[in-house]
Design a protein around this ligand. Structure first.
Ligand SMILES: Nc1ncnc2c1ncn2[C@@H]1O[C@H](COP(=O)(O)OP(=O)(O)OP(=O)(O)O)[C@@H](O)[C@H]1O
Length: 247
């Protein structure tokens, strides 16, 4: 698979100016209790930060909070700022936060090309224009000719690439990854990870990766956070041991 996607997409989908994602003393409460200690973190454009921690420590919930899809059972506090703008109160579709899950969630009743076109912003005009952008994206991912295929007929690695492409075609300003490599075998995992990190870098996207795999943290070039490393009720002023690796 070829390394670059960003530069080849055209139609306003080239590499963006550098973005920046900031979390300022973010907490999530469930039933009146903090899930984790207040989290402050800055992710610069093109860097991959890593979120680790035990099962149930709140990793997926934190990503949902950043996307604007957190269940109302949670009580969130602190600020989430993307490119200088506070995301509080913004609906998911206006946040420009893209997310990729372990289960790629491609629509089974749509072809690969239709899945990709679904992610395109309305600014990409006309059926021919949209088809051209989708085809260029497929080529960049070594999937030329796969547009008409049913997603169920693709391999796990191919589906993962389509899912990432769909997320990127929506032109996010930040990228969240919830264990997207989990189901891939070891060899494919390393290649797909490099491919994803390369896209984040080329497009200047601040990226937050949830993972249980220490190898992912090794490869990442942003801060590494262990949500289990500090007592949830640690005062904000004493969380210096919380980020386990600084970029
Ligand atoms: N919609 C919800 N309503 C109520 N509680 C929830 C909801 N979603 C998650 N939780 C609870 O919030 C806590 C954090 O869950 P979350 O899925 O964020 O953890 P996680 O760190 O991502 O775990 P894992 O590593 O197992 O995926 C858990 O106790 C979970 O049961």
């Amino acid at each position: 698979m070829r390394a670059g996607l960003g530069a080849g997409l055209g139609a306003g989908l080239g590499p963006d100016a550098e973005h920046r994602l900031e979390l300022d003393r973010v907490t999530l409460k469930l039933g009146g209790r903090n899930l984790f200690a207040p989290l402050s973190l800055t992710i610069r454009g093109g860097r991959v930060a890593v979120l680790m921690g035990p099962s149930g420590s709140g990793k997926s919930s934190l990503l949902a909070h950043l996307c604007g899809t957190l269940d109302p059972a949670f009580d969130a506090a602190g600020r989430v700022v993307l490119d200088g703008a506070d995301l509080a109160g913004l609906p998911p579709e206006r946040r420009r936060v893209g997310i990729l899950f372990q289960d790629d969630l491609l629509f089974p009743h749509m072809s690969v090309a239709e899945n990709l076109a679904f992610g395109l912003p309305p600014a990409v005009w006309g059926r021919a224009g949209r088809r051209a952008v989708v085809e260029r994206a497929l080529e960049e991912a070594d999937l030329a000719g796969f547009g008409g295929r049913d997603p169920a007929t693709l391999s796990g690695g191919q589906r993962a690439r389509v899912a990432l492409l769909r997320t990127l075609l929506a032109e996010p300003a930040a990228l969240l990854l919830d264990e997207p490599f989990g189901k891939l075998d070891a060899a494919l995992r390393g290649r797909f990870r490099a491919w994803v990190f390369d896209h984040a870098r080329r497009r200047g996207l601040p990226t937050l990766l949830v993972t249980h795999d220490p190898a992912d943290a090794e490869e990442a070039d942003g801060p590494v956070v262990d949500l289990g490393a500090a007592e949830p009720d640690t005062p904000t002023t004493r969380i210096s041991g919380y980020v386990v690796k600084r970029a």
